[in-house]
Structures are given as C-alpha cells and as structure tokens.
Design a protein around this ligand. Structure first.
Ligand code: PNS
Length: 168
C-alpha cells in the first residue's frame, strides 16, 4: 500500500431522506478518509415505501454536504461493489446503530466480499443520541404529522414540510 495513495470510501444507502445520523457517520468517516463518495442506491435491496425520488434525495444531500469539499454525492444502480470499484474505493462505510442492524449488515458485508475479495466494509457507530434514528422512522413519523426536527437538518425538514403539508 502506498503511503501517498488517498483513502477513498463509499457510503451507500437509500438516504430517503438523509438524517442527522447519516451526517454523523459522514463526519466520522472524514476523520480517516481523504475522500468519501456517498452513493444513493437506485435499487436498494430492501426498498420500502419511498418518499423522495433519487434526484430529490441528491438535491437534499447537496444542500447538507455541499460545504464538505471531500464529500461527493452521486446515485448508482447495479451492484454496490461495481460502483465502489469504478469509483476507486476499496472501503464501504456502513452505520451500525444497534444489534438489530447486525444480521443484515453482516450478510451484506460477507456477500460483498464474496463478490470482490479486496473490498472491506467498515462499520461506524453513530452518536448514541442517533442510535434509534432511521430514514424509515422519519418518513413514518413525518407522514403522520409528528415532529422530526431533531432528526434531520433544516433543508430536509423544509422539504418534508413541502411534501407533507400536515407536518406544519
Ligand atoms: O440504506 P439502506 O437501504 O440500508 O442501504 C442498502 C444498500 C443500498 C447499501 C443495499 O441495498 C445495496 O448495496 N444495494 C445495491 C445493490 C447490491 O449491491 N446489492 C447486493 C448487496 S450485498
């Protein structure tokens, strides 16, 4: 391994929408990565009740991460390992919030290694206050009119309010 070679990682997900938990994982990754490519999957394995189109998710991410020079947000389709390889990234970042995440994450990490021997999945735990947070909960609570202002950044909240007028 060359000491001068930049460390590039991909952080894949559905990000529907991006939450403060995701932002926390990005912040932590930038402590040891030179460049992070956040990949919005067009075909997530567990696609559940989508709220925002991929293009809208990317717009929100541009607002949230726009000031971070080392972060790039793009969408991808097909296999994650192919996306990572083409992006020149050997590391996959995933957030691990609780034991309940483990089975699914372990399976994905092993399958991705099966598909590409050289890839490494790195799990990061978010700030404990975000350990209960998920995009699907944000979608559900917001669609029922609940307050999600502690879960997402202001641009995301604004977009949720426009999409779900009952949110107030
Ligand atoms: O935020 P999510 O929905 O938990 O992210 C899941 C994601 C996007 C990482 C996963 O569905 C994925 O990698 N999809 C791309 C297709 C793929 O490579 N599937 C095989 C994974 S082992």
């Amino acid at each position: 391994m060359s000491a001068n070679r930049p460390i590039v990682a991909v952080y894949p997900g559905s990000f529907d929408p991006v939450t403060l938990g995701h932002e926390d994982v990005v912040r932590r990754t930038l402590r040891f990565c030179d460049r992070l490519i956040v990949g919005v999957a067009e075909n997530a394995t567990q696609a559940k009740g989508q709220l925002f189109e991929v293009g809208e998710r990317l717009e929100l991410m541009a607002e949230v991460f726009g000031a971070q020079e080392r972060v790039e947000c793009v969408s991808f389709s097909g296999l994650l390992v192919d996306f990572a390889r083409e992006a020149g990234a050997r590391f996959i970042i995933r957030g691990l919030r609780a034991v309940s995440d483990f089975d699914y994450e372990f399976q994905m990490a092993q399958m991705n290694r099966e598909l590409w021997r050289d890839v490494e999945t790195i799990f990061l735990t978010p700030e404990v206050g975000y350990s209960f947070l998920s995009s699907s909960l944000v979608r559900e609570v917001a669609s029922l009119g609940g307050d999600v202002s502690a879960a997402v950044s202001p641009p995301v909240l604004e977009r949720l309010r426009r999409r779900l007028p009952g949110l107030g």
